[in-house]
Design a protein around this ligand. Structure first.
Ligand code: PNS
Length: 175
């Protein structure tokens, strides 16, 4: 029987750690759907379409990987796709509690769907989208930690944010 897995997340933005998990998942499962959560409540740096395009480009060489978006309950989405597995990356101990809670809640909601945790390469074990955004916002380099087009886009987005903030400050001083 072919096994279809869903790899859900915010991917704001996708990091090389995420891509490492996608690559590992694509070797293990017959098909992997990378599913971006559409969450209008969460303020994102990249909109859902940008994230979808970036992920599609980054995964284009993996023929059994596709990219989609979802809202609502993850288990409902997985069931609609016919997926029996949810893939989550597990980096350090700090991830464990949240991931454990989520996996058990998902199991309670649908016991036929199994969560599988995968470890990224140790070189990405400290990497998160949140840290990437913070480093870029403060002018640091994330080269080698995210795909090249993410790095470029992050640079221009952070530049825009800094310019807007400076403009606001100047206007405030004039007033
Ligand atoms: O990359 P993230 O932000 O850690 O991903 C979290 C995600 C998208 C996997 C999680 O928030 C999720 O599954 N949301 C969908 C809503 C849902 O099913 N909630 C109950 C899960 S316990």
């Amino acid at each position: 029987m072919k096994v279809l897995a869903v790899y859900p997340g915010s991917f704001d933005p996708v990091t090389n750690g995420h891509l490492d998990i996608i690559r590992r998942g694509s070797r293990l499962f017959d098909r992997v759907i990378v599913a971006i959560l559409r969450n209008p409540e969460k303020k994102a740096m990249f909109n859902v379409e940008e994230r979808r395009r970036i992920l599609q480009r980054a995964a284009e060489k993996m023929s059994n990987v596709s990219v989609d978006t979802f809202d609502g309950l993850l288990v409902d989405y997985a069931r609609r796709c016919g997926a029996r597995v949810i893939v989550r990356g597990l980096r350090a101990l700090s991830d464990f509690e949240y991931e454990f809670q989520m996996a058990l809640m998902n199991r309670r909601l649908d016991a036929s769907i199994e969560t599988v945790f995968m470890m990224p390469s140790e070189s990405y074990s400290y990497l998160s989208s949140r840290l990437v955004k913070e480093v870029v916002r403060l002018g640091g380099s994330v080269a080698g930690l995210v795909p090249r087009d993410v790095e470029r886009k992050l640079g221009s987005k952070a530049g825009k944010t800094r310019r807007t903030a400076a403009l606001g400050l100047r206007k405030k001083r004039k007033a």
